[in-house]
Design a binder for this molecule. Structure first.
Ligand code: NAP
Length: 232
């Protein structure tokens, strides 16, 4: 694949490294300074690219995705914190016959963890002796809190156990690429289910897999749909 990288921060640098190791070509890299409001996303700048992988900032992703849709450039977006704008972005993707695959978490392990958490929550439904809550920990630079994955986790838990709210506590500090923990706590016992990302490679691998999958497709998809054929 010939890939355009939109954003060249921690995530897209991990994508570049893994993509090169897998024999893909990074056709172009579009950085923040040149691309305010998606200004650098032009036909000329993307010439030769087959797919764009977008990891930027929550306030920048919507303009980038709308510009990529206008160019009918299939896009994989991992930026978090912009989902309130999804209806408008989906409209642009569909109107132009383009394709977008987005996810707050491109780790296959996390997607399996979300399904496992939902199933575990089902067991706790109707057990008032336990409190259920989520703790998520990320590096100090992460802009959004709670993380997009924590919100997905909360939704999955509520789906399995609608009687509990599953509040989220967010911790920001240090260098952790992402840890999500579900805790069921009773006065004399605790059950924990935890996913720990040990590096950004897990997310990069999923984003590259998604870039391959989206080739030749039209419409708006999630990584979950790609993996499981449905939302978790
Ligand atoms: N989905 C997943 O699996 C996953 C995994 C990890 C992180 N994330 C999310 O992915 C996003 C990026 O994370 P990161 O760790 O790579 O952040 P980062 O290291 O801060 O990098 C963000 C990069 O985006 C660039 N940028 C900002 N606006 C831009 C624009 N309009 N066009 C092009 N580039 C632009 C910045 O460049 P300048 O510094 O030049 O402005 C910066 O290099 C965050 O929202 C994070 O939460 C998602």
């Amino acid at each position: 694949m010939r890939i355009a990288l939109v954003g060249h921060g921690k995530m897209n640098r991990a994508v570049a490294e893994l993509a090169a190791a897998q024999g893909h070509v990074i056709q172009t890299v579009i950085g923040g300074a040149e691309n305010v409001g998606g200004a650098a996303l032009t036909r000329e700048r993307l010439a030769g690219s087959e797919v764009a992988i977008e990891f930027t900032r929550p306030d920048q992703a919507p303009a980038n995705l709308i510009a990529l849709a206008g160019l009918r450039m299939p896009a994989v977006c991992g930026t978090t914190g912009w989902l309130a704008r999804l209806p408008e972005i989906s409209e642009a993707v569909i109107a132009h016959g383009s394709a977008l695959l987005h996810s707050a978490n491109f780790s296959t392990g996390v997607q399996l963890f979300l399904r496992g958490a939902r199933d575990l929550a089902r067991q706790f439904a109707g057990q008032p002796g336990f409190a259920g809550f989520v703790v998520e920990t990320h590096h100090a630079q992460k802009l959004d809190a709670p993380s997009g994955t924590a919100l997905r986790l909360q939704a999955a838990l509520r789906e399995g156990d609608p009687g509990r709210a599953y509040p989220v506590t967010s911790i920001r500090g240090g260098f952790a690429p992402g840890t999500h923990e579900v805790v069921f706590d009773a006065p004399f016992e605790t059950i924990r289910l935890e996913h720990v990302a040990r590096g950004r490679q897990a997310f990069a691998a999923g984003a590259i897999q998604a870039a391959e999958w989206i080739q030749g497709r039209q419409g708006v998809f999630t990584f979950e749909q790609m993996l499981f054929g449905e939302a978790p």
